[in-house]
Design a protein around this ligand. Structure first.
Ligand SMILES: [Zn+2]
Length: 278
């Protein structure tokens, strides 16, 4: 008996969950062996939902970190440091003067650098990255692909770099994978030992259309993460900064849905204030 596709579609959820009766089970199996449409629906359904495995605590709580840093530094050390910095600065300006003055001026007027050519990916990521991009505050970037391969169709890419005094980075890579590469990649990301991230810089989670696959969060330096945003599409994002806020207009440089809901890394963000006890 050839059963109608609509009936099979109704039965599929039960079948996938292992709740169908023997008779229904047999009917579904016979049908999907013959019917490519229903087979396709079946394969989509049995695909496991991606889930983040939180294996690690974040480096340490932000509050603890700040306390420790303050203690370590101490007022005395801070004063000594300030005097040294001032003295070195003065020597530079007054003794070396001229040419160096121009250099100092340059760094004071640093420009925001942006590149949207995915062909340049290896300049900014992985083992062959240029020196400004090798160690982004020691954040673990291994959530991002090591390099762009033939199995990946890059549909969007951006790398932003800004270094007015502390280097900061914002980058995202949107990739469509073929079926096989997609499974490989989600497996790889599922193996990643993610950290908790909720509450960091106000982060509350992600938009409904984005499923978090892996995340590396640091109380001081920001986030690296991967999102599943559609059929076989993965978005990789990194938001890396120092001093607990971005100096650049990050909101203007990345689609809102790729940011964690509630994420606030502006200069006066409440998270920073709270943790610094201001
Ligand atoms: Zn069918």
């Amino acid at each position: 008996m050839r059963i109608d596709c609509d009936i099979i579609k109704d039965l599929l959820p039960l079948y996938v969950e292992g709740l169908a009766s023997e008779k229904s089970k047999k009917a579904v199996e016979e049908h999907i062996e013959e019917c490519e449409d229903c087979n396709k629906i079946y394969r989509e359904m049995k695909k496991p939902e991606p889930q983040v495995r939180y294996d690690r605590e974040p480096a340490e709580s932000f509050r603890k970190y700040v306390k420790r840093e303050k203690r370590k530094l101490g007022i005395k050390a801070a004063l000594v440091t300030a005097v040294i910095i001032f003295a070195v600065g003065a020597v530079r300006v007054f003794v070396i003067g001229g040419a160096f003055g121009a250099l100092l001026w340059d760094s004071a007027t640093a420009e925001i650098f942006e590149d949207t050519d995915a062909g340049h990916y290896s300049r900014y990521m992985g083992k062959e990255a240029e020196k400004e991009y090798v160690k982004k505050w020691d954040m673990d970037e291994s959530i991002f692909p090591e390099k762009i391969t033939e199995k990946m169709r890059v549909t969007d890419y951006k790398m932003v770099y800004y270094d007015p005094w502390d280097a900061q980075y914002l980058s995202y890579l949107v990739v469509e994978y073929d079926e096989e590469a997609y499974h490989e990649e989600t497996e790889r990301l599922r193996e990643y030992a993610s950290t908790e991230y909720i509450g960091y810089y106000g982060a509350e989670g992600f938009s409904q259309d984005c499923t978090l696959l892996a995340v590396e969060a640091d109380p001081c330096y920001g986030f690296v993460y991967a999102l599943e945003t559609g059929k076989r599409e993965i978005v990789y994002v990194e938001l890396i900064f120092c001093n607990y806020f971005y100096d650049l207009d990050y909101q203007e440089r990345i689609p809102e849905e790729y940011l964690p809901i509630g994420f606030d890394a502006t200069r006066d963000n409440p998270y920073r204030k709270e943790m610094l006890g201001e």
